[in-house]
Design a binder for this molecule. Structure first.
Ligand code: OAD
Length: 285
């Protein structure tokens, strides 16, 4: 199917929808210059020897780079409680690099269109696996942060004196940052592999799966439980779509798989919606 047909079908589905839920992943921020973890755009994956902007004591650097990981680092090797316990400096160096990158980035057209949709539809929920905060910076309403935020910290030992997480948007004076209450290590306020999704985020996301249209945008659909959300929406009767230039394990299961970059597809759909084309009654298929 030509991309234009897909764009038209998605616009037609959205014209009839009251309740819209969008599940986003790293691909939605690719056009903002944030590397994805997998698929196209992941070629800039972090490696401590190339990207470090922090000056570590020599012994620490040698340990970090030479022992545990070496070479290119995958998220599964860094975004885990075990990696943090083994080498908090290395993990913090990666997060500090990502914070620097995101702080310089701007929301792209995909973020902007989704922000507009959060006001266009009577009920709109955006569930994001991204921790970069770009949806919020674009002004999106009703964002569910499934994997937490780069811009929050938490006490690594969950000490009694600290809140579950606290905002921290300024550059760090030194790494690793410390818990202001107990003086122990602070950790990024994100969900790591093997950890639970925050209960409130999970409940809000699952409630949003009772919707008319559910769209996965820019996610490789391999990390659970986020990867199961669109299928669950379909089970509950939603019409489903995926926007991703590459095929994913979810592509065959959705009603419409649009093989386009998100910033382009969403812009094209938004143009059709804004032109006020009359709803197509034959609609969803
Ligand atoms: P991935 O990096 O796994 O997948 C990004 C997807 O975006 C790939 O399927 C690409 O094909 C697609 N993509 C690239 N450029 C795109 C564009 N311009 N428009 C649309 N799609 C594009 O990212 P996620 O699925 O978000 O978790 O990854 C899920 C989780 O794995 C992340 O939240 C993170 C990671 O490890 C944790 O850190 C816990």
């Amino acid at each position: 199917m030509a991309a234009e047909d897909g764009i038209r079908r998605l616009a037609a589905a959205l014209r009839e929808a009251q309740r819209v839920t969008v599940v986003t992943g790293a691909g939605v921020s690719a056009a903002s210059g944030i590397p994805t973890f997998r698929g196209s755009g992941s070629d800039q994956l972090w490696s401590p020897s190339q990207n470090s902007s922090y000056r570590w004591p020599a012994a620490s650097v040698a340990y970090s780079r030479g022992s545990a990981f070496g070479g290119r680092l995958r998220p599964e090797e860094l975004a885990t409680p075990e990696a943090f316990a083994r080498d908090p400096n290395l993990v913090w160096e990666w997060y500090a690099w990502r914070r620097d990158l995101v702080a310089r980035a701007r929301p792209n057209r995909a973020h902007e269109v989704l922000a507009a949709w959060s006001r266009r539809f009577p009920r709109f929920t955006l569930v994001t696996q991204n921790v970069d905060g770009l949806h919020e910076r674009a002004g999106t309403e009703n964002v569910v942060r499934f994997h937490g935020s780069l811009w929050e910290l938490a006490c690594a030992s969950r000490c009694a004196g600290s809140p579950p997480a606290w905002p921290h948007e300024e550059p760090f004076d030194e790494l690793p940052p410390r818990c202001p209450s107990c003086g122990g290590l602070a950790r990024p306020g994100v969900v790591w592999f093997g950890e639970m999704i925050p209960l409130e985020a999970l409940a809000r996301a699952r409630a949003a799966l009772d919707c008319d249209v559910c769209i996965a945008v820019g996610t490789s659909a391999v990390v659970y439980p986020a990867a199961a959300l669109v299928a669950e929406a379909a089970e509950r009767g939603a019409w489903t779509a995926e926007i991703n230039p590459e095929a994913t394990p979810a592509s065959a299961a959705v009603d419409l798989a649009l093989a386009c970059p998100a910033e382009q597809a969403l812009e094209d759909v938004e143009k059709l919606l804004s032109e006020g084309h009359p709803p197509r009654r034959s609609g969803l298929s």
